[in-house]
Design a protein around this ligand. Structure first.
Ligand code: GTP
Length: 176
């Protein structure tokens, strides 16, 4: 899938209400480790090389405290994170989507919704059906994750977003 693109350089942004586990998910993806308390007084841009579907991919990932317009224009793919124990964080996803739509000239956004903290299933207050319905409304994938659980789902979420970005590039290249 990636070989049809001009470059395997992909720019991602992870967004969501404070405390949903954005930094924890990124660090888990990059290092395979869960860091429970993460100092987050700054915006961070990570650079990471990995192999997806047999191809080398170089990605940059922004973990931002504030959702800056320049970052929204910079990113090609958005990971919208909510916390399954915090219903407000799900509502925030829709608000952020509206913000992204306003800042971007196109309504077609490459994004994935991530339900984080699924290790706290016993504390879940977000109805799975409500979140699934939102993912359908926003036309995006929806993945369960836990930054302190197995690495597999976290890896799947980031890799899947990269695949979506590569697909979106192919579609826009065909239109030209
Ligand atoms: N149980 C559990 N706790 C998590 C998980 N992910 C993150 N946390 C905890 O949630 C808290 C917030 O995590 P962060 O990664 O700092 O969240 P954030 O979204 O980056 O927060 P801001 O930087 O404030 O926007 C920390 O105490 C983490 O240890 C998870 O999957 N499960």
């Amino acid at each position: 899938m990636f070989r049809h693109t001009n470059t395997n350089h992909i720019r991602l942004m992870v967004v969501g209400e404070p405390g949903v586990g954005k930094s924890a998910l990124i660090v888990k993806y990059l290092t395979g480790r869960f860091i429970s308390e993460y100092q987050s007084d700054f915006d961070w841009k990570y650079s990471y090389q990995t192999n997806i579907d047999g191809e080398q991919v170089h990605m940059e990932i922004i973990d931002s405290l504030t959702i800056d317009d320049s970052h929204i224009r910079w990113a090609e793919g958005f990971m919208m994170v909510y916390d399954v124990t915090n219903p407000d964080s799900l509502l925030k996803v829709e608000q952020i989507k509206q913000r992204l739509d306003t800042v971007r000239s196109t309504k077609i956004l490459t994004m994935i919704m991530v339900a984080n903290k699924t290790d706290l299933e016993h504390c879940r207050t977000v109805a799975r059906e409500q979140a699934d319905a939102m993912a359908v409304r926003l036309s995006c994938g929806h993945v369960d994750c836990s930054a302190c659980g197995p690495e597999t789902n976290v890896r799947f979420a980031f890799d899947e977003l990269c695949r979506e970005v590569a697909l979106a590039r192919q579609h826009s290249a065909k239109k030209r």
